[in-house]
Design a protein around this ligand. Structure first.
Ligand code: FDP
Length: 337
């Protein structure tokens, strides 16, 4: 098996990509590999979850006021420990932690800051639905020593790499380091991510739309009009689409990335800033979407241009095939409220 050169592991792939950059030290390769290792441990726990009866609430709520599942806690701790002691990271931030996560003094010389959502779509866990991990990597901007809030509050356009792992019928890692989007599937027989989807591109116009339509009555008129277009009610403007909504950003985004489509989580009358987080969800997915030829906005502004002012900031998200995202922006701009 090992002399089969057609098998490209994630480590080999990233190393080969780095060869194009003579100044590269290999630190990013190693960091991505640390993250991949953490997610393999999370994947194994998810697979066993139903068997070992560790499902259910850990009894605590996270900083968003949402109930934490035990696997959320496990995934959070696992990812932290996969990156804390390697000397590659100066600071981290997790959707599950209120404050930035500092790195012990002897390991904090690293040049990267990492943000992650350890287990996204966690309401799917109890029903054996697909969940995911999302990560985002920035170069540190603080001079040295302990990483600071400034290192993790950078606009998405400053990302060095971003990706997600989808724990679905198979486990897939999809990432970009600014040189296209590449997908790897975990081979459970030997426990490695192997290249399965090189250079993923999104069709400019997609077949699917994904949105939680139970919020329809609370949306602005522009978003309502766009979604009516997706229903097929505005054939002069856009052909109708097929609805698919899992309620797990990674899984919904992944389908649209591969097959073409659009995901929306707009703001509404109750939550004007929507539900999703700029730094842990919107920005990394926007980097991936753009690298695959797609687009991501908050309805008017490009997500990648928005610098967060706080760690857990929420943002409306419209992401996917470029023409479909442009259609939503147009409907929002042209429809009086
Ligand atoms: P979840 O609450 O299950 O963790 O941001 C979290 C998220 O899931 C996304 O993964 C998902 O796209 C969205 O929320 C689903 O929200 P709704 O249940 O309101 O549709």
């Amino acid at each position: 098996m090992l002399n089969n050169t057609s098998i490209i592991t994630i480590e080999r792939f990233i190393l080969e990509q780095e060869r194009n950059f003579p100044e590269a030290t290999g630190e990013l390769t190693n960091l991505l590999y640390d993250i991949a290792l953490g997610t393999k441990i999370v994947a194994a726990a998810i697979r066993r979850a139903g068997l070992v009866n560790i499902l259910g609430s850990a009894g605590a709520t996270n900083v968003q006021g949402e109930e934490q599942q035990k696997l959320d806690v496990f995934a959070n701790e696992t990812l932290k420990s996969a990156m804390t002691h390697t000397g590659r990271v100066c600071v981290m931030a997790s959707e599950e932690d209120e404050e930035i996560i500092s790195i012990p003094a002897e390991y904090r010389a690293g040049k990267y800051a990492v943000l992650f959502d350890p287990l996204d779509g966690s309401s799917n866990i109890d029903v054996n639905g697909a969940v995911g991990t999302i990560f985002s990597i920035y170069r540190r901007v603080s001079p040295e020593g302990e990483g600071t809030l400034a290192d993790v509050l950078q606009a998405g356009s400053e990302q060095v790499a971003a990706g997600y792992v989808m724990y679905g019928s198979s486990v897939m890692l999809v990432y970009t380091a600014g040189n296209g989007v590449h997908g790897f599937t975990l081979d459970p027989t030997f426990g490695e991510f192997v290249l399965s989807h090189p250079a993923i591109t999104m069709p400019p116009r997609g077949k699917y739309y994904s949105v939680n339509e139970s919020n329809f009555a609370r949306w602005g008129k522009g978003v309502q009009r766009a979604v009516r277009g997706f229903h097929g009610d505005l054939p002069d403007l856009i052909p109708g689409k097929v609805s698919r909504y899992i309620g797990s950003l990674v899984a919904d985004f992944h389908r649209n990335l591969i097959a073409g489509g659009i995901f929306l989580y707009p703001g509404d009358a109750k939550n004007p800033r929507g539900k999703l987080r700029l730094s842990y969800e919107a920005a990394p997915m926007a980097f991936i979407a753009e690298q695959a030829g797609g687009a991501a906005t908050d309805g008017t502004r490009r997500i990648m241009d928005i610098a967060p002012s706080e760690l857990h900031q929420r943002i409306p998200l419209v992401i996917g095939s470029a023409e479909d995202v442009a259609f939503v922006s147009r409907m929002i701009a042209e429809t009086p409220e």
